[in-house]
Design a binder for this molecule. Structure first.
Ligand SMILES: *[C@@H]1O[C@H](CO)[C@@H](O)[C@H](O)[C@H]1NC(C)=O
Ligand SMILES: *[C@@H]1O[C@H](CO)[C@@H](O)[C@H](O)[C@H]1NC(C)=O
Ligand SMILES: *[C@@H]1O[C@H](CO)[C@@H](O)[C@H](O)[C@H]1NC(C)=O
Ligand SMILES: *[C@@H]1O[C@H](CO)[C@@H](O)[C@H](O)[C@H]1NC(C)=O
Length: 283
């Protein structure tokens, strides 16, 4: 990260909570219908390492610094605006162990095919991005991303209100402690939403006010750290009878210690921008 405050991931596994939200009928729809499902055949409960099969939408964003990102359709990756660099950028898909080329395997012997990278041909930062405000950006891939069991988009809800969601997953290859090395293995953790006024107090020295365009979340054992920025904050919801991993936040910033609280960009606040920008820049 260019600034150490940007978080990302001291991600210690935590108890995994299932969350089922009834969705309402209406004009709501999923940004990419074929989203948010992972093959859970090989799920290993209670592991801090993100299961190799469970995060097929996770993208390693490679620029001046590494960031996280999420695949949202066959052409676009969602990330944080502060992750954009003026130098050429790439996005790597289907990765798990970033230092291992070739297949990534688990001790059980289950493997995923080699990760692959695609060049970014357009970087779209939100026009209001300023010092962690509107910290949201889209990366357009030079070529179409082919979906597979290991490379799939996460869900985004368009025009949809879900009830209160109190727990979220964050995922990333960021530092496992303040000032530490980036993690070579994808890590995951669970956080709960924290009242924004409480959060605003903790971040009041920040120039940006923590407001409804943010989601504040925290946990005593799971927090983002340098290198996790741009990655998804998600929850499993029931959408028309299927369980779907759905993105609600983008990891944006947190405390220098990488402990306690994180502030994420509120994806639903920017949903119209996402829909509009992806339409405008689709070719
Ligand atoms: C992490 O903290 C959460 C509460 O924020 C708790 O539910 C969970 O059990 C903790 N996990 C571990 C591994 O300590
Ligand atoms: C899940 O993975 C297993 C093992 O690779 C495979 O046999 C099965 O067909 C997969 N299921 C789906 C829905 O892709
Ligand atoms: C996120 O934005 C949505 C849409 O504007 C809003 O309804 C919601 O309350 C916001 N979430 C938080 C935590 O402020
Ligand atoms: C976090 O991810 C795990 C594994 O995919 C999933 O089982 C769990 O429901 C998720 N947690 C939340 C809060 O959605």
């Amino acid at each position: 990260m260019t600034m150490t405050v940007f978080k990302t991931a001291e991600i210690v596994a935590s108890a995994i909570l299932f969350l089922l939200i009834a969705t309402e009928e209406g004009s709501a729809y999923l940004f990419e219908p074929n989203c948010g499902t992972a093959n859970i055949t090989y799920k290993i409960p209670g592991k801090a390492d993100a299961d190799i099969f469970l995060n097929p939408w996770m993208v390693l964003v490679i620029g001046e610094a590494n960031c996280g990102g999420s695949l949202i359709n066959s052409r676009f990756v969602l990330t944080a605006a502060h992750c954009l660099s003026s130098s050429p950028m790439k996005a790597r898909f289907g990765d798990y162990d970033t230092e291992h080329s070739g297949e990534d395997c688990m001790p059980s012997g289950d493997c995923i095919p080699s990760a692959f990278a695609i060049d970014v041909d357009k970087k779209i930062s939100h026009e209001d991005y300023d010092n962690f405000k509107a910290d949201i950006a889209l990366l357009r891939m030079r070529s179409t991303v082919k979906f597979s069991e290991h490379v799939r988009p996460i869900c985004l809800l368009v025009d949809e209100q879900v009830g209160t969601i109190s727990h979220f997953n964050i995922t990333g290859w960021g530092q496992t402690k303040e000032g530490g090395k980036l993690s070579r293995i994808l890590k995951t953790g669970t956080q709960s939403e924290v009242d924004s006024t409480k959060c605003a107090g903790r971040f009041k020295l920040f120039k940006t006010q923590v407001d409804s365009f943010h989601i504040c979340a925290g946990s005593s054992n799971s927090s983002a750290c340098g290198g996790d920025s741009g990655g998804p904050m998600s929850a499993v919801i029931a959408y028309q009878g299927t369980l779907r991993h759905t993105q609600f936040g983008i990891i944006s910033f947190g405390l220098r210690s990488c402990r306690g609280l994180d502030v994420h960009t509120n994806v639903s606040y920017y949903m119209d921008w996402i829909v509009h920008a992806t339409k405008t820049y689709s070719v």
